[in-house]
Structures are given as C-alpha cells and as structure tokens.
Design a protein around this ligand. Structure first.
Ligand SMILES: Cc1cc2nc3c(=O)[nH]c(=O)nc-3n(C[C@H](O)[C@H](O)[C@H](O)COP(=O)(O)O)c2cc1C
Length: 292
C-alpha cells in the first residue's frame, strides 16, 4: 500500500492524483496525509477528494492523534462527526490515526499534549473502523495491546529505517533558528523501534499489520510478509515519483510489485499465505532486538 503523505495545499492535488491513479491501476491500497487542513480549516478539500475519482480498492483517511484532544483551551478537535467527514472526503474504508509525538516534540510549533489520546482513540474506534499508525518511530507490543483493548482494528508499524521526522524537523528547526529543537532532532534522529522488530512485536495480537518505515523494494515487502505482516506500505519511497508524474509513479510502484512476485517465485510461494509461513533468518542488529 501507499501510506499517508499529503493533502491540504494546492500541489497536493497532483501528487495524490498520481498516487491514486497508480494505486487503482495496480490494485494497491492508499492513504492520504492528515486531513486536518480540510476538516478543521476548510483548506483545499480537493487535494484529498481527488483520490475518490480513482477505483482504489482500499482507501484510508488520516488524522493526527494530537488533533483529537484540545491542545489549548477552546481548541476545535476531531470528534466522531469530524472523523466521519474526514472519511467521507475520500470515500475511505478506514480511518488512520497517526501517532507523531516525536515529530511534534522537535517541531518548534509542535502540538505536545498527549494526555487523553488513548481514551479518545477508543471513542472513535467504537464508531469507526480505526487503524493506528506511527510515523517513523514504530509501535511496541504494549502500545498495541492498549490500542486493541480500545477497539482499534489494525496497525501500521511505521518503524525506524525509513523517513525520520526527527531529521525532517531538525532541518526545519535549523532554518527557523530554533536551536533547541534543532539539537533535539539530532539527538532523536534514529529514535524508535526498527520496522521488522515492530512487526514481530505486534504479530501476537492477531490484528492486521501494515509493515512500513523503510520499505523500498518488493523484496522488503516479501520480508515483511514473511515476518508476519498482512501488507507492506511505502511513503518516502514513492514521493519523488509522485511529484514527478503519473508515469513515474506507476513505474516505481510496478517495480515493487514485480520484485515482490520475483521474491515469491524464488521462494516457491504460490500465495501470500504461503509466504507468511516461509522460514526466515534475521541477522545483525535486528537479531539483537528480537532476542531482548
Ligand atoms: C512527505 C511525507 C508526509 C507524511 N505525512 C503523513 C501524514 O500526514 N500522516 C501520516 O500518518 N503519516 C505521514 N507520513 C508518514 C508515512 O505515512 C510513513 O509512516 C513514514 O514516512 C515511514 O515510511 P517511509 O519510510 O516509507 O517514508 C508522511 C511521510 C512523508 C514522507
């Protein structure tokens, strides 16, 4: 799948349109970026709704956990009605709620309150099909268990190994002259749980798992499935192509699909289910993580 990236500014129309067109062509699921701009500020709804013009088989709308609780007294928050609007915007099957507190801490203007998020995720998950995703720092079993108890139906691990929002925000903070945050971004650059480890953390919970965070090839997708993921997702891996055009986006994603099929052929797996039962070996740092 293509995991959520963008929306809420004029150029995002093209990016989401290219992604949705390719997702429909190849039969991939797709998420949009945070719909906060459209839902709470009425900004550029077309940059999300363009996705609905394509026959994407599974669509995920997106909202940030910091937006479901008030960050300041009197703040408008995303409740059940707003979350429903976020889904209706693209005709979504699933609402993805993202946890991005590392990013918020490094952002000079970050939304840093988190108390009450878990309860509010529960309120939304009682009414809507909710997936919880990270944004590059991974989910632990403990967090997964607490979310499952609140009625969350699926996870997207988004672990370390791919896009680092501590790094992205480090550069932004530096450009703004926010020295404290810039240094924080450097300190926490690689902070989090590696994606494959996060997949293994969550498999005992028995819910669908999207493996993401550093998925850059079809072989990575095959590795993720063998480790127990239901699907794999990429964001940063397809961003450049999506900004360039539809042919580039289709070519990049077709390459991943082809590589995935080659990995299945070479391991003698006829179905994804067979690949899920394949033997695997982990080495190096991942092995250390898994033995703790
Ligand atoms: C440009 C960009 C914007 C993103 N915006 C969002 C967002 O709005 N909501 C969200 O849940 N994740 C967002 N993400 C995180 C991705 O969905 C994904 O979890 C993360 O980038 C790790 O995957 P990757 O290594 O393939 O990029 C964004 C990622 C990128 C690269």
């Amino acid at each position: 799948m293509i995991t959520g990236m963008t929306g809420g500014f004029p150029d995002a129309v093209k990016i989401n349109d290219h992604l949705a067109h390719a997702a429909a062509e190849l039969g991939l699921a797709m998420g949009v970026g945070s719909t906060r701009a459209a839902i709470l500020r009425g900004q550029y709804p077309e940059s999300y709704s363009c996705v609905g013009r394509h026959a994407v088989p599974l669509k995920l709308s997106n909202i940030g956990a910091p937006q479901i609780i008030p960050q300041a007294p009197g703040d408008r928050v995303v409740g059940v009605d707003e979350a429903r609007s976020a889904m209706d915007l693209i005709g979504a099957d699933v609402l993805a709620i993202h946890l991005n507190f590392l990013q918020e801490m490094v952002q000079p203007e970050g939304d840093r309150k988190a108390r009450g998020c878990l309860e509010q995720i529960g309120v939304l998950a009682r009414k809507l099909p909710v997936l919880v995703k990270e944004t590059g720092a991974g989910l632990s079993r403990d967090v997964g268990e607490r979310l499952k108890a609140k009625g969350v139906r699926a996870f997207d691990v988004s672990g370390t190994g791919g896009t680092s929002f501590a790094a992205v925000e480090h550069h932004r903070a530096r450009a703004q002259g926010a020295e404290r945050e810039a240094r924080l971004g450097k300190t926490f650059w690689d902070w989090g749980i590696p994606s494959p480890v996060s997949v293994r953390e969550l498999t005992p919970l028995g819910l669908p798992i999207v493996a993401s965070g550093g998925v850059r090839s079809g072989l990575d997708v095959a590795r993720a499935v063998a480790l127990g993921a239901t699907a794999a997702g990429t964001a940063g891996g397809v961003l450049k192509a999506a900004a360039a055009g539809y042919p580039e986006t289709l070519a990049e994603l077709s390459q991943l699909v082809h590589e995935f099929k080659v990995a299945m052929f070479l391991t003698g797996c006829r179905t994804v289910e067979e690949l899920r039962r394949a033997r695997w070996v982990v080495t190096g740092e991942t092995r250390q993580w898994l033995s703790t």
